[in-house]
Write a protein that binds this ligand. Structure first.
Ligand SMILES: *Cc1c(COP(=O)(O)O)cnc(C)c1O
Length: 390
């Protein structure tokens, strides 16, 4: 049985709406969002969908996160606490703003940041907490951020329309929520990002950072450091059409994920997400109990034609040579040096043991897709049962 994938047309929701939208932009002759209408409309629709006042579109999810980090304005050497299980796009913006990524450990059942570990990582230089809603499951760090008196940035790249237990949409609980429209996300325009906020000052700082520090409503002067992270009108037109389809994508993913969840619920040795209806099901994660190991179960599933992988990452982010060994700027390890940091960052094996164990041994992910049928799900359920009971 072949499984629809986010890498091919059969596993995407790209259709005549996107074609028409792109054609309209091309016919207009205006491909830049500085003077066009599509990206401005996308920002309005994104903000409205989330019930917030501002959205800033960017050229990628990483760019959206970079705008968010720049907006909370760490001094060189300030610390931002985040998760060792995420895309590198979560961490790169912290380094790029000359701040120090501090990794807290994660929950053994979900891979999401453990609030107690985050609280323990807070220090005098903590400038923000960057939460990652991993695989589409909301992690609630509101109380920890509030107690520490620092802003919460939410990385919602994998968690479009995921909800907190109280029903609130992810991305609206902290200071800024960041989303990705990259090829492998729920909805896509190839590459793109969106940052949402209710704070007008943060929105303005993000907009300036994405546009060379140039306030377009004023003279041609540059009021601060900014890059060019603008989304194009072509991407914006596709993103608008995709955003309109998002509720359908989520409904379909949740329906089929609930079916697999029910099929595996009584299977010994596997732990499943608990928030079935609030989860965004970017992937379907399964945590295995010993003696099951993720590489063996993944190999069995792959041999059976199931799109499954061990660990999600090859190594947790705190093992990445980019952080442990490599120079950051030129031949220098700045900002991971003292000064500007007050303490040597602790990276490498042993510093986040729960995350390390998940990736090396217990975490298995199954690709998920809104085009899965009940037959696809039943095939996955059969294969997982066989692999786990073998
Ligand atoms: C994809 C992703 C990013 C980066 O988004 P890009 O659009 O690829 O730059 C950041 N964080 C997480 C959790 C992601 O999944």
């Amino acid at each position: 049985m072949s499984f629809p994938s986010m890498a091919d047309a059969g596993g995407r929701t790209l259709g005549v709406e996107e074609l028409d939208a792109v054609a309209g932009v091309l016919r207009s002759g205006m491909l830049s969002s500085v003077w066009g209408t599509e990206v401005r409309a996308l920002e309005r629709e994104m903000a409205d969908r989330h019930g917030v006042s501002h959205a800033v579109a960017t050229s990628s999810g990483t760019a959206a996160l970079h705008c968010a980090v720049a907006a909370v304005a760490p001094d060189p050497g300030d610390e931002i606490i985040t998760s060792p299980i995420s895309d590198f796009g979560t961490v790169a913006p912290i380094l790029a703003q000359n701040a120090v990524p501090v990794f807290a450990d994660v929950d053994a059942d979900t891979g999401n940041l453990d609030p107690a570990s985050v609280a323990a990582a807070i220090g005098p230089r903590t400038k923000a907490i960057l939460a990652v809603h991993l695989f589409g499951a909301a992690v609630d760090l509101r109380a920890v951020a509030e107690a520490a008196g620092v802003p919460l940035i939410e990385d919602c790249a994998q968690a479009w329309l995921a909800r907190y237990p109280d029903g609130r949409l992810v991305g609206t609980a902290g200071a800024i929520g960041c989303f990705s429209l990259q090829q492998w996300k729920h909805i896509t325009c190839g590459d793109g990002g969106l940052a949402i906020t209710d704070d007008a000052a943060l929105a303005r700082r993000m907009r300036l950072f994405a546009d060379k520090g140039w306030p377009r409503d004023e003279a041609r002067r540059h009021v601060g450091l900014g890059l060019n992270y603008r989304m194009t009108e072509l991407a914006g037109a596709v993103a608008r059409a995709q955003l309109a389809k998002l509720p359908g994508v989520l409904a379909d993913r949740r329906r089929t994920a609930a079916r697999l969840h029910a099929a595996l619920a009584d299977l010994p040795g596997v732990r499943l997400p608990t928030d079935v209806d609030a989860h965004a099901w970017w992937l379907f994660p399964i945590v295995l109990d010993p003696p099951l190991t993720n590489d063996r179960v993944a190999a069995t599933l792959t041999a059976a034609g199931i799109p499954a992988r061990a660990g999600y990452l090859d190594q947790p982010l705190h093992h990445a040579p980019a952080l442990t060994d490599a120079p950051v700027y030129g031949s220098s390890r700045f900002p991971l040096t003292v000064p500007p940091a007050d303490r040597e960052p602790a990276y490498g094996p042993g510093t986040c043991p729960v995350a390390e164990r998940l990736i090396d041994q217990t975490l298995l992910v199954i690709d998920w897709n809104e085009r899965y049928t009940d037959d696809h799900v039943d095939e996955i359920a059969r294969a997982v049962r066989a692999a786990v009971t073998a």
